[in-house]
Design a protein around this ligand. Structure first.
Ligand SMILES: Nc1ncnc2c1ncn2[C@@H]1O[C@H](COP(=O)(O)OP(=O)(O)OP(=O)(O)O)[C@@H](O)[C@H]1O
Ligand SMILES: [Mg+2]
Length: 262
């Protein structure tokens, strides 16, 4: 199963990605977590120790790799490069394993007006396409808001596109924009997850604000999640409630998909 997680900035995408990945790994699944946010911090939410995080390099910043695979030489803007670089070995070679979760950090793509047609972009898009189409394990992608890495060709392989929403009109409005963007890209199954929910009223605010999509469940507002973030720990390791809530979300996802996760 391939799961992409999107939503407004700060809504809890990384928290949900991290906790889902950890839960599924603990359940015995093989999990590949992809940090597709330029401001990468999924490693910390997964509980990677700081020494390990320090040593992580995002793929887009691995200049020799980008050059080797695309044939492009950095700094030579407008040069010729391969549009179909070899990527199949990258997930196993460049991911880092901890607590049974393999993590791959995509990194920052240089921004250019009208979208970037640059080697890093071609490599990462090709890689993500390969991961969605060709990999057999559970894949969880912590997306950035613009869905920059997704292409029409790869989106049909996303089994569950989860939009995280917090109780508030701004996050609901962004969720609507993301929903439209996802639909334009041909994403089939879009679901919602409420986060930082304090009350039944919060749940209603979220589900009624986004009545077009099915909700998999909600995560409560939880002081322990903030504490984990402050301590650079995974919220999964600090909180039993969160674990139960994520378990419910995954069960609901299985029911809606009508199939096993792998
Ligand atoms: N259920 C929760 N209860 C309390 N705080 C939470 C909860 N979920 C997330 N947070 C806090 O909200 C902040 C943002 O969470 P997180 O980094 O997961 O969001 P994000 O959507 O990935 O953000 P960004 O857009 O910056 O990548 C963090 O400080 C996190 O600890
Ligand atoms: Mg994040």
């Amino acid at each position: 199963m391939k799961i992409a997680i999107a939503g407004k900035g700060g809504v809890g995408k990384t928290t949900l990605s991290g906790v889902m990945a950890r839960y599924l790994a603990e359940e015995g699944y093989t999990v590949l977590a992809i940090d597709a946010d330029p401001d990468a911090n999924l490693a910390s939410a997964l509980g990677f120790p700081p020494e390990l995080i320090e040593g992580l390099t995002p793929l887009a910043a691995m200049t020799p790799l980008v050059e080797e695979r695309t044939g492009a030489v950095k700094g030579t803007f407008g040069g010729v490069f391969k549009l179909n670089p070899k990527v199949a070995d990258i997930p196993d070679t460049y991911s880092v394993d901890h607590h049974g979760v393999k993590l791959l950090i995509l990194g920052n793509i240089p921004q250019a007006e009208g979208g970037c047609f640059c080697p890093e972009n071609v490599l990462l898009k090709g890689l993500l396409h390969h991961i969605l189409v060709g990999r057999k394990e559970i894949v969880i992608i912590d997306m950035e808001a613009g869905l920059e890495h997704l292409t029409r060709g790869s989106t049909k392989h996303v089994d569950a596109f989860i939009i995280v929403v917090e109780p508030g009109q701004r996050s609901i409005a962004t969720a609507h924009q993301i929903l439209r963007l996802a639909q334009d890209l041909g994403v089939q199954r879009v679901y919602g997850v409420g986060n930082k929910v304090n009350s039944p009223e919060d749940r209603t605010l979220i589900t009624e604000g986004l009545s077009a999509i099915s909700f998999l469940g909600h995560l409560s507002f939880n002081q322990k999640v903030i504490e984990a973030d402050k301590r650079g720990m995974s919220p999964y390791d600090l909180n039993g409630t969160l674990k139960k809530e994520v378990q419910g979300i995954i069960k609901r996802l299985q029911q809606l998909q009508g199939e096993a996760l792998d």
